[in-house]
Structure formats: structure tokens, C-alpha cells
Design a protein around this ligand. Sequence first.
Ligand code: SF4
Length: 204
Amino acid sequence: MNKIETILDYLKRNFSEHIYSGDKFKLLISTVLSQRTRDETTERVSKELFEKAETPQEFVDLDVKEIERTIKPIGFYHNKAKYIKEISKELVGKKVPDTLKELTKLPGIGRKTANIVLSYGFGKSTVAVDTHVERVSKRIGLVGKDKSVYDVEKKLEELFPKEYWRLINLGLVRFGKTICKPRNPLCNKCNFSSFCEYYKEVRQ
Ligand code: SF4
């Protein structure tokens, strides 16, 4: 197997695709909260926040200070509270958009957040590149170290069949948190060390 086949084989054996069956507006808000925040904190704070408001109209009616107080344990809470208010205003009486173009028109929504919502919320074939996907892709050598997040997204789209694009985020995020960790990657437990550029350069 070549390296792409090996990575795909690993992803297919260890992860299964799923589509979030809950409310897409809440998924969008949780994804905004999750940026640069630990999963456990996002989960806890999202739950607390949705006890106070669940729909765009309810968020419009909620004082921004109350949103800030509730999401304070989260990074960049001040900006995120502002974006949550603005997104809610845009979405009163509307559905969460299901295209990259429309989603990225919403305040504070970049490609990564939009791709996550499209993939997990709508089951669309997208490559959502977060910090883990970017780090792992660069360490393995799938894409050059100096490339932008956008370049990583496009390169992964080129390298992997479209039917598996959703699996890339799902699998590499988990892989990046448990094996290819930011500070201390567990290369001795990794299936990719035979072709990983980082392993060749740093660990051998
Ligand atoms: Fe990450 Fe090490 Fe595996 Fe390379 S060999 S992908 S650096 S864990």
C-alpha cells in the first residue's frame, strides 16, 4: 500500500462517519465556541448556554453580557459572544445555510467552521482543516510545512478520494489528539512512521 492507501485504511478501520442529527443552529454555535477550546470545556459551556437560549430569536433576546458570563471559560469569549449575537440576528426565521459561500458570509464564520458544519451537520463532502489536521498533514509530509491552511485543504482534497473527505477531519483530529500530539507525538505507536517526514527528520 502507498502512504495515502495506508492512511485511508487506518481511517476506515478506526472511524466511522456520522451526521449530527440534532439542531443545526446549535451545532453552528457550538462550533463557534469550540474554536481554540478543549472539547470538554466546549461541551460543558455549550450545555450551559443552551439552557439559557436555543433559537436565534432567544439569543437575540439574551443580553450579550449574559452570553459572555456563561461562556467565560472559553477562549476569546468576548468576541465569540458578539459573533453569537450577530449570527443569531442573521438567522432569525431562517435555516442554517448549507453552502460554504453562505455560511462564510455569517459573522465570525471562516472556512474551517463552515466546513465542520457542512460535514457534520449536512453530511457534505468537505475537508475541514483544524490545527490537528494541519499539524498531522505537515508532519507526515502530505503537504509542505510552509503551506497555508487553505493550501492544506486543497492538497488533501487532491490526495484523497472525495467519498472519504469527511473521514479526514473525523479521523485525523482524534489521531492528532491521541497519537500525533502537538508536543510529544507517540511515534512508536504510530502506523505512519515508515513514511512520516517528521519521524525521519526528528526521531530516527
Ligand atoms: Fe505523528 Fe510520529 Fe506518527 Fe509522524 S510518526 S504521524 S510525527 S505520531
